[in-house]
Design a binder for this molecule. Structure first.
Ligand SMILES: [Zn+2]
Length: 218
């Protein structure tokens, strides 16, 4: 037996399903483990232990224990994704884990994520991990590699947006239409009604054959 195997956290009792985050519909398989380094009992996702990502209670080198892949080109992509969705102290957690955005169970294992990334990345600069549906989590079905233009084009409505339409805002009296084109914001004018502003923006998308979503598409 290798020493490393002997140090794998030991499962105490049964595993159980639990929500990945307080607002998530997705459940992960969890268990209570005993840390083989310090003896402490801790709860974690079983996949973390079986994949080798979780090797201690955290007393060693953090929750996501080193696995020799830190220098891999997709390591920071994977780590940022995990942190945004699982670490309540992360600065954008409220927009991810906090609103139920999760990482699919297979991708909790960095090696599975890297295998997917290697086989799908276009190998051109500027492409980052993008979720196709912003209200769904990170999984092979809902992810692709997108350049910044595509990501901005599909940005979700801002929390402060009260119009219900992307790119349409009100100052209380009038409605202003704006659109992201080639990563730059373009003003399309100010209108008396919301409907008019939405129509102008939709027409602009159609006339210029832009990839932005029409109001009827979200
Ligand atoms: Zn420990």
């Amino acid at each position: 037996m290798r020493i490393e195997d002997d140090m794998t956290p030991k499962l105490i009792g049964e595993t159980y399903l639990k929500k990945a985050t307080p607002n998530s519909p997705q459940r992960y398989k969890y268990g209570i483990y005993r840390c083989q380094y310090c003896g402490k009992e801790f709860e974690c996702i079983t996949r973390g232990v079986t994949s080798g990502n979780t090797k201690s209670c955290g007393c060693q080198r953090g929750r996501w224990f080193k696995h020799g892949l830190e220098s891999h080109r997709f390591y920071s992509t994977w780590n940022n994704m995990i942190q945004r969705c699982t670490n309540p102290n992360h600065k954008v957690y409220k927009d991810y884990g906090g609103r139920g955005i999760t990482v699919c169970e297979e991708w909790l294992d960095i090696t599975t994520f890297i295998a997917w990334a290697e086989s799908t990345h276009p190998n051109m600069e500027g492409y980052t991990l993008d979720r196709i549906d912003n209200d769904k989590g990170y999984s092979p079905e809902n992810c692709r590699w997108a350049d910044r233009i595509t990501q901005n084009t599909n940005q979700r409505k801002r929390n402060t947006n009260t119009s219900g339409y992307v790119g349409i805002t009100s100052n209380g009296a009038n409605w202003t239409a704006r659109i992201m084109v080639n990563n730059k914001r373009v003003g399309l004018g100010t209108f008396l009604t919301k409907e008019e502003a939405v129509q102008v923006r939709d027409n602009y998308i159609i006339d210029n054959e832009l990839p932005n979503k029409l109001s009827t598409e979200y």
